[in-house]
Design a binder for this molecule. Structure first.
Ligand SMILES: [Fe+2]
Length: 204
């Protein structure tokens, strides 16, 4: 891959780091600005490394693209094989889902008085370029699935923490029973955003 292919992701990471460095922002403002950055990133589909776009036959994949060293945010590519879906789960932090390729369907849930979970609104379909927000402040429990039974879909997620290391929960929607889980990531490696040597050599 030519070294500059990753430039959009690198620039996104730089801008998110600057945003994380801004203290005193209310969370809705911070999320709105992160949403603007993610929107620009998923408006084009020419930068995701192939290694982070590979489906698995049995499981949806979560490739870590970058984690802030202070774990203030993380960026993940979610790769859905045909028909794959998550369990009903929460996040414990804000998260933005930007659709890159294919389409996915999200269903939000809310807790009922009897402790079961009920759908919160109709399912929402995300097409490339669309963004969805989850947040403990506004609704953090959902299920997501590939909209296609015969093709791969990919979304780019940004979370307000190192999401693979957050203690969170999956839920049985009928009973509302929560089971703890820590998602981790699908690989041990991350893309090398920082080899800018070709760019530097080309400079006069
Ligand atoms: Fe989620």
């Amino acid at each position: 891959m030519p070294s500059d292919t990753l430039a959009p992701l690198r620039e996104f990471v730089v801008a998110m780091t600057r945003l994380a460095d801004e203290t005193g922002l209310d969370e809705p403002v911070r999320i709105a600005r992160a949403q603007g950055l993610l929107s620009a990133l998923v408006r084009r589909d020419d930068w995701l490394p192939d290694a982070c776009a590979q489906p698995h036959a049995d499981f949806y994949q979560q490739y870590l693209l970058h984690c802030d060293p202070l774990e203030r945010f993380s960026v993940v590519s979610f790769v859905w094989g045909p028909g794959q879906r998550t369990p009903v789960h929460n996040h414990g932090t804000w998260g933005l889902i930007g659709m890159l390729r294919g389409a996915e369907i999200g269903q939000r849930y809310r807790r009922e008085a009897d402790d079961g979970l009920v759908p919160d609104g109709p399912p929402a379909r995300l097409e490339p370029g669309d963004i969805e927000l989850v947040s403990p402040a506004t609704g953090d429990i959902h299920l997501v699935e590939n909209a296609f039974a015969d093709q791969v879909s990919i979304s780019i997620h940004v979370y307000g923490a190192n999401i693979g290391a957050v203690r969170r929960h999956v839920f049985d929607p009928a009973s509302g029973v929560a089971k703890p889980f820590v998602s981790g990531y699908s690989t041990e490696t991350v893309p090398n955003l920082w080899d800018r040597s070709a760019q530097v050599r080309a400079m006069p």
